[in-house]
Design a protein around this ligand. Structure first.
Ligand SMILES: Nc1ncnc2c1ncn2[C@@H]1O[C@H](COP(=O)(O)OP(=O)(O)OP(=O)(O)O)[C@@H](O)[C@H]1O
Length: 849
């Protein structure tokens, strides 16, 4: 019974690793055999098998003519025929190689998943190479098909049929890119690797040369020593012979005299000889040592390798001694509790025509605990990981500064002078894996410095409350016209820009990345600094919910078309009309500026407020208009060019007249953020996006794909890039602010944008002759005289306001003096000269009677 059990458990009793070893060996054996069969492929084998009967195939000796030449016999002949002839030619050898690798990985109990890409690469290479060879085979019939296999020939033929001669170009390009991919996905690393190899080869060569020189010198030395010894021996021999002869002579004459002479002579002669050899050997050894020392010095001065080794050792010894200094930005100085409110009160008094109270700072939530908690353990751990990784790539770091921001900590690395900084960027993925950090961003170098920056997200991030941004001296005392304090930088400083300087802002970010909160931050900043007399918003929100909270400030801050049903525009057609109307507002403002002989809205308002410009002539205080579009994609999808054109026109021209655009989208693709739009929006904010491509679309570079959401953003205004934690403003806060403003009395009349004339015309203007303007005739004459049907011409020449000029143009249209509205260009004039006009006016007169 026990016996039965043990035999039944024979395989089950094996450990898992032993089983894997056995499987690995079997797979390697299969791979090896297939490889052998391919290597010993003979084209004639297969034909021979076909011609032989099964019986003769199994017979022991068929004679040399009928012998199968493949190393694996019949099986090999079949296998190699399949792989070499049917598949991809000799390049099919990659198949057994891949099998061998799998076998080896299983044998070593390693993760075979790692082989997935190499396998795909090998298969792709086989197809590609065999197709290229197949192409030449088809074209020139240069060589046997064993190089390309039938599959390669067939693939090449299909390609040739489809693309003709272009097929070889395509194949060539694919080959080049495939080779490049093999070299390394990162060319920098490849170059470094090759450089490393070259250095290795150089060192080995120098070592080999040195060894050879040493051996040669040793041989020479040995030869010299041997020669010396031989000479000494010969001398000794000569002396001995002479002595012998003398002895013989002396023994013949006097036997007594012989002994002492011999005793005297023997020790005297060899003594100097022995000393000479020792000296020579010692001298030669000394020379050798000297030469070796010199050679070593020479090699060291020529070759970097031995020096690098010394330094590497130093790193190892000093690894833990790399200094790290931790900085936490103090942040901006807080303003006095009521300073902003005080300033705003004064500002409100300056505009007596409307009684307005700015929202007070206490409407905003106070941060629960000011300041940034620093987790030193986390910093130490990150330092260790970063140094460890870089050390593996032989990158020496001298010191580290860790700057702890609200969301991320920036590790500023000071690399050793001979470290190539750009190299560090190529290890980004490695570092990301090591720190297990999503959102790690590497700046190699930090712009304008020779340091490398690595931003690692903090384990616990800090929320930047809007109050901690607005209630700072920086914000309160700022004299920006349209100040936007987005949030805090890594140094905990409030990051602030003037929208009038940007002058437009493009925002992109995936869903949930913090765009809406960002928009709210922008609006809140403006509401806390701008009087409704100086600022109006046009809000376009196709998503219908994001900006709906701001309905309450309609009477104070929103500009709309006169016939708009809702103050927040949600409909695409209405959005389009509004944007066109804004271009008209822009044109009108330009005319006003020209009339006032000033260059920008600031100077214009100053002149107007000083009473230098006449209201009767259409002049008025011009508020800034900030156009907010939340979700450009929705508009672009439905209206495309009709939306893009006015946006582009406004973006190009509206800066001087105080119209600024803030456009957001969650789909930063090129058909939403078109080239025209992009070119006119230098100010860009990117929240977290899904891919590097998206990041490039918005920022022209990667980086936004590495952000970690919830208001983590990158800002650029054409120059450098700043990572900012967006200030958080809650819906509750927005509600309180809008309520505070909305409850006040507001203006008697909302700020109305100019009417879209086209629409007015189509909706049927009442008969112009019912309520004809007294300047109608004069206007007609001006238009006919200048042959230009434009509202601004009438404004200038007749010194009237825009609305009146617009009305007169409508009347002239209905009277047939000018043609229909044609967007930004002037209307056609349908009357050629004054005579014709007189005639027309007479007819109108008669008609009205
Ligand atoms: N600056 C911030 N600080 C802290 N948390 C934030 C910040 N910004 C956004 N969040 C968090 O992220 C969530 C999503 O933000 P938000 O609604 O602004 O994203 P979104 O990009 O507008 O998304 P969607 O496009 O779907 O409207 C918020 O509810 C909030 O919890």
């Amino acid at each position: 019974m026990a016996k039965k059990n043990s035999s039944g458990n024979f395989l089950g009793g094996l450990t898992e690793s032993r089983k894997m070893e056995i499987i690995g060996i079997l797979i390697m054996a299969v791979g090896g055999l297939i490889g052998l069969s391919i290597l010993s492929y003979h084209a004639s084998d297969y034909n021979l098998i076909q011609s032989l009967s099964a019986e003769s195939l199994l017979s022991i000796d068929r004679g040399p003519a009928l012998r199968i030449q493949n190393g694996l016999g019949v099986v090999g002949a079949y296998l190699s025929h399949f792989f070499v002839y049917r598949l991809f030619g000799y390049i099919s050898l990659l198949i057994p190689i891949v099998i061998l690798f799998y076998g080896w990985f299983i044998f070593r109990n390693r993760e075979t998943g790692q082989l997935l890409w190499p396998t795909a690469y090998a298969i792709w290479s086989m197809v590609l190479i065999s197709s290229i060879l197949g192409w030449f085979n088809n074209e020139y019939d240069w060589y046997s098909s064993v190089w390309s296999g039938s599959a390669g020939i067939a693939t090449a033929r299909v390609l040739q049929n489809i693309t003709g001669i272009g097929s070889i170009i395509i194949l060539g390009v694919l080959l080049v890119t495939t080779v490049l991919a093999l070299l390394d996905r990162d060319l920098q690393t490849t170059v470094d690797t090759i450089k490393g190899w070259m250095a290795d080869i150089k060192t080995s060569f120098a070592e080999w040369q040195e060894e050879r020189r040493d051996k040669k010198a040793a041989r020479q030395q040995q030869r010299e020593a041997e020669a010396e010894q031989k000479e000494a021996e010969a001398q000794q021999k000569k002396v001995a012979q002479r002595q012998k002869a003398e002895q013989q002579m002396r023994s013949q004459s006097s036997v007594e005299k012989k002994k002492p002479r011999t005793q005297n002579n023997q020790p005297q002669e060899p003594e100097p000889k022995e000393r000479t050899i020792d000296e020579i050997v010692e001298q030669s050894q000394e020379q050798d040592r000297e030469r070796l020392r010199k050679q070593k010095e020479e090699v060291q001065s020529l070759d970097q390798r031995p020096r690098a080794d010394v330094e590497k050792k130093k790193i190892a010894e000093e690894e833990d001694d790399v200094d790290i200094s931790v900085y936490v930005g103090e942040g901006d100085e807080e303003a006095d509790a009521k300073e902003l409110d005080r300033q705003n009160k004064d500002k409100a008094k300056e505009v007596p025509k409307v009684k307005y109270k700015f929202p007070t700072i206490d409407l905003l939530d106070s941060p629960p605990n000011e300041g940034n908690e620093v987790d030193l353990e986390e910093i130490k751990e990150n330092k260790r990981i970063i140094l460890d990784k870089l050390k593996r790539h032989k990158i020496e770091i001298r010191s580290i500064n860790a700057i702890v921001g609200p969301t991320v900590t920036l590790y500023e690395l000071d690399p050793a002078p001979d470290v190539k900084i750009s190299k560090i960027e190529s290890y980004a993925n490695d570092l990301k894996m090591a720190t297990a950090a999503k959102g790690l961003r590497i700046m190699a170098p930090i712009p304008g410095r020779s340091a490398v920056g690595i931003e690692v997200p903090n384990g616990a991030r800090e929320t930047v409350f809007i109050k901690s941004v607005l209630n700072t001296k920086k914000f309160v005392e700022s004299d920006f016209e349209l100040p936007l304090a987005f949030g805090k930088t890594i140094e905990n400083e409030v990051f602030m820009v003037d929208l009038t300087k940007m002058p437009h802002l493009l925002i992109a970010g995936a869903t949930g990345s913090g765009k809406t909160v960002g928009m709210n931050t922008i609006i809140t900043c403006l509401l806390y600094k701008c009087h409704p007399d100086d600022l109006k918003f046009v809000m376009i929100d196709p998503k219908k919910i994001e900006l709906s909270l701001y309905q309450k400030i309609e009477e104070h801050f929103l500009a709309t078309l006169p016939n708009a049903e809702e103050p927040i525009i949600t409909d695409t057609t209405e959005a389009q009309e509004t944007l066109e109307s804004l271009t008209m507002e822009m044109d009108e403002r330009y005319d006003l500026l020209k009339d006032g002989m000033v260059r920008d809205i600031r100077a214009y308002n100053e002149k107007f407020d000083n009473g230098e410009l006449d209201e009767e002539e259409g002049h008025r205080h011009l508020p800034y208009i900030v156009v907010l579009i939340d979700e450009l994609a929705d508009l672009m999808m439905t209206a495309g060019k009709q939306i893009e054109e006015p946006i582009a026109r406004l973006a190009q021209l509206a800066r001087a007249v105080g119209i600024h655009l803030v456009v957001a989208t969650q789909r930063p693709s090129v058909n939403v953020i078109t080239g025209t739009i992009k070119a006119n929006f230098p100010g860009r904010i990117a929240y977290q996006v899904a891919s590097k491509v998206d990041s490039r679309t918005i920022l022209d570079t990667g980086g936004a794909d590495q952000l970690i959401g919830r208001g983590d953003m990158l800002f650029t205004n054409g120059g450098g890039m700043t990572r900012i934690q967006n200030a958080f403003v809650s819906t509750k806060e927005v509600e309180e602010i809008t309520e505070f403003i909305g409850h006040q009395r507001g203006y008697n009349k909302k700020y109305e944008l100019p009417v879209n004339e086209d629409e007015s015309a189509s909706s049927g203007i009442p008969d112009p002759l019912d309520d004809i303007d007294e300047l109608f005739e004069a206007a007609a004459k001006v238009i006919v005289l200048h042959q230009q049907g434009s509202v601004s011409l009438l404004q200038r020449k007749l010194k009237i306001g825009y609305n009146r000029a617009g009305r007169i143009i409508d009347q002239l249209f209905n009277a047939g003096v000018v043609g229909p509205y044609q967007g930004s260009t002037a209307r056609d004039v349908l009357v050629d000269d004054e005579e014709e006009l007189e005639q027309l006016l007479d007819e109108l007169d008669e008609f009205s009677r």
